[in-house]
Ligand binder design. Structure first.
Ligand code: FEO
Ligand code: CA
Ligand code: CA
Length: 686
């Protein structure tokens, strides 16, 4: 029997090495794949330290945060921060942070929660019910997938809608807790087929009785759809049909089967869904000899998933399939209104470990898509369309808008310090008002389908985008996750989740936009495009947050807000906005950094409460918070809960999320004892 996905290195009760192994193919245990020396910032460790000492003032005297028990639906309120006026919209008292070992979904006083849809819930027919003991690939292809990440709830008639469409993607699978141990190779291979069907995206209709009330999903609705690791996609843009995208099964280089590693995403102004193919490299065995292979983490070794055993396209050492890995690592676009439409992969937006993409319409009508490459020392990108957005709402306008991401220009960010005349860092001093006023430029890789990088054709710049960005001297960032413009101000928020390698021997040290060595807790950069135009090629920037637990960490910064009045926060991942323009941040990694369950946090961006981080909810043990959707106008919040109980095993599960049994009762005979990744809704009851 072949071993499936070993779990070495797991530490019970904390965010474990399991995520690294399953999600990222142990990227953190491999050398950093960006060894280039494009250091346009001098090492400013000393300056960063002096900044840190400046920030200590915010942490001195911070009150100890009282940790609550995390009891389900009834948490104690955070003890220290006073609850100020929240204005219109979503009012809540911040919850107390929840210790990492607690298996509970915790919401503020006066709120309730329930799952909308869980892994294995049937989408097309109630007959396809979840039975983990007898799962098949056919059933899984007709059920909600695993490990939901990006999420949107598209309400068809706005706030008072009783109809909506839920869209979620499914990043990866955890066979060790999804299936019983395989008895032989044949059963292990069947589990691999099931896992392929648990990847991709799900689209499901929702109904409810009234605004502000919880939703139920509708089995068998016309819009319901599953997209999996075998669904055909059409390649678009300048690299479609390139020789490097052709395989034996697709000699035209235009049609790819499936989508993998879907992480964050965005909903476009024209109503389609974008999703980022992130850690695709972990699915492929590759020759591992080229510079591009090394840069993308592709290697000649058996994969943890073993899909190369059941489908030759996952073995790029097989003649005819050498280019298959090049067909992943793109932004995909799906139209949730047209269940029979063929989804697309946009080559114009470049190929890297795409976290996601968020689109905004610029002042000239051209649209910009902001994108992060989530790897240590990788880059921040922007795409600007050649054509302009048609806001008319007519059917032909939608058809036109769906072409906007096929033609345009691709840029990568180069940050500078606070001296506009220099690309070398400025003083490194952070004024106490938080306004750093650094500058930056978007460096063109491709303009209107023409490569701007010497030595790169447009196909090469788009397929091996990391190499092109290396060549132009982009700024190395601390793992850009979600990058999203505020719909109210146009300012762009970049969640840099962490980078503990920063400052290690041979690695770049602290820089002004990445101000900490051994950056364990992450930070958020705030970008203002010049002229407030998303299509600008120059910008200014600040640090909004330098994350951590201010009770124990003096290097935190909360836009100048008193650090003893905020919720501790670590590893920002996804961001979203409410109608008032507040930023909401979901986290991935707090258990292993500050010993707390991950959560969802609100932070005002304007006025006297700018920087006041307040925790709204906490997710169960060993899970991350994903895909926040904030409907403050009706006091509802939605999140995707990914990898609950990821450190367990089939026989020793560590979470029962979301199907908890009331305290003091015994689960029914035969009840599923394991976790189910799920979309959760939170609504106000008092
Ligand atoms: Fe899938 Fe970058 O998180
Ligand atoms: Ca993420
Ligand atoms: Ca987002």
């Amino acid at each position: 029997m072949l071993p499936l996905l070993p779990m070495e290195g797991h530490t019970s009760g904390k965010r474990s090495a399991v995520t690294c192994h399953l999600k990222c193919a142990d990227a953190c245990f491999h050398p950093v794949p960006n060894p280039t020396a494009n250091e346009y910032f001098r090492d400013i460790v000393g300056a960063a330290l002096s900044r840190r000492s400046l920030l200590i003032g915010a942490g001195v005297g911070a009150a100890a945060i009282v940790l609550g028990s995390g009891s389900l639906n009834a948490p104690p309120a955070l003890a220290a921060p006073p609850v100020g006026p929240m204005g219109r919209g979503l009012a809540f008292s911040p919850i107390a942070p929840v210790p990492a070992a607690v298996d509970a979904f915790v919401v503020p006083q006066g709120y309730r929660w329930s799952p909308i849809i869980r892994w294995g819930d049937p989408i097309f027919s109630a007959a396809d019910r979840f039975d983990p003991e007898h799962q098949t690939a056919q059933l899984q292809s007709r059920q909600f997938g695993y490990n939901n990440d990006y999420l949107d709830i598209i309400q068809q008639d706005g706030r008072h809608s009783r109809k909506a469409v839920l869209v979620a993607n499914h990043e990866y699978t955890n066979e060790g807790i999804m299936f019983p141990p395989a008895a032989d190779d044949a059963q292990a291979d069947e589990q691999r087929h099931i896992a392929m069907m648990a990847h991709g995206l799900s689209i499901v209709a929702l109904r409810r009785k009234d605004a502000g009330q919880p939703w139920v999903y509708r089995v068998g609705d016309r819009v319901n759809r599953r997209i999996t690791a075998t669904t055909p996609f059409t390649l678009t843009g300048p690299a479609a049909g390139a020789a490097a995208l052709k395989t034996a099964a697709d000699p035209d280089g235009l049609t790819v089967l499936g989508t993998l590693g879907n992480c964050a995403g965005g909903t476009t102004p024209w109503g389609t869904i974008l999703s980022g193919e992130e850690n695709f490299n972990g699915y492929f065995r590759s020759p591992g000899v080229s510079a591009a292979d090394a840069r993308y983490g592709l290697a000649d070794r058996a994969t943890g998933r073993g899909w190369e055993r059941i489908d030759p396209r996952f073995d790029a050492t097989t003649p005819g399939y050498e280019n298959e890995p090049n067909r992943f690592g793109w932004i995909v676009e799906i139209d949730p209104e047209e269940p029979n439409s063929v989804p697309v992969k946009h080559t114009a937006l470049g190929r890297f470990k795409h976290e996601g993409a968020n689109v905004i319409v610029g002042t000239t009508g051209h649209v910009a898509a902001y994108m992060g490459d989530d790897e240590r020392f990788d880059y921040l990108y922007k795409f600007v369309s050649t054509d302009t957005f048609d806001p008319s709402g007519k059917p032909r306008a939608r058809t036109h808008n769906k072409t906007l991401l096929t033609r345009g220009s691709l840029y990568v960010a180069r940050f500078a310090g606070n001296s506009p005349q220099s690309e070398i860092t400025g003083t490194g001093q952070l004024p106490t008002d938080g306004q750093f006023d650094g500058t930056g430029r978007w460096i063109a890789l491709v303009i209107d389908g023409v490569s701007q990088v010497p030595g790169f054709t447009v196909e090469e710049a788009l397929i091996n985008t990391r190499l092109a960005a290396d060549a132009v001297g982009a700024t190395k960032m601390d793992r850009c996750e979600d990058v999203e413009p505020s719909p109210l101000t146009g300012k762009v928020y970049v969640a840099c989740t962490n980078n503990t390698d920063r400052g290690k021997i041979g690695r770049e040290g602290a820089t002004e936009p990445n101000p900490r060595t051994a950056n364990r807790d992450g930070h958020i950069v705030e970008i203002t495009e010049d002229g407030s135009d998303a299509t600008a090629t120059t910008f200014t920037w600040n640090l909004l947050l330098v994350c951590g637990d201010p009770a124990t960490n003096t290097s935190t910064y909360f836009a100048g807000f008193p650090a003893d009045q905020v919720s501790p926060i670590s590893c920002p991942d996804n961001v979203a906005f409410d109608v008032e323009g507040n930023l909401w941040i979901s986290t991935d990694g707090a258990p292993s950094t500050i010993g707390l369950c991950d959560g969802l946090f609100k932070v005002p961006l304007e006025g006297p409460e700018r920087g006041r981080v307040q925790q709204f909810l906490s997710v169960p043990r060993e899970s991350e918070t994903c895909g926040p959707v904030i409907r403050a106008e009706e006091s509802m919040v939605y999140v995707a809960v990914q990898h609950p109980g990821e450190g367990g095993s089939w026989d020793a599960q560590t979470s029962r999320f979301p199907d908890y049994v009331p305290a003091g009762t015994t689960p029914a005979e035969g009840a599923w004892a394991g976790p189910r990744p799920a979309v959760a809704q939170v609504w106000k009851v008092s």
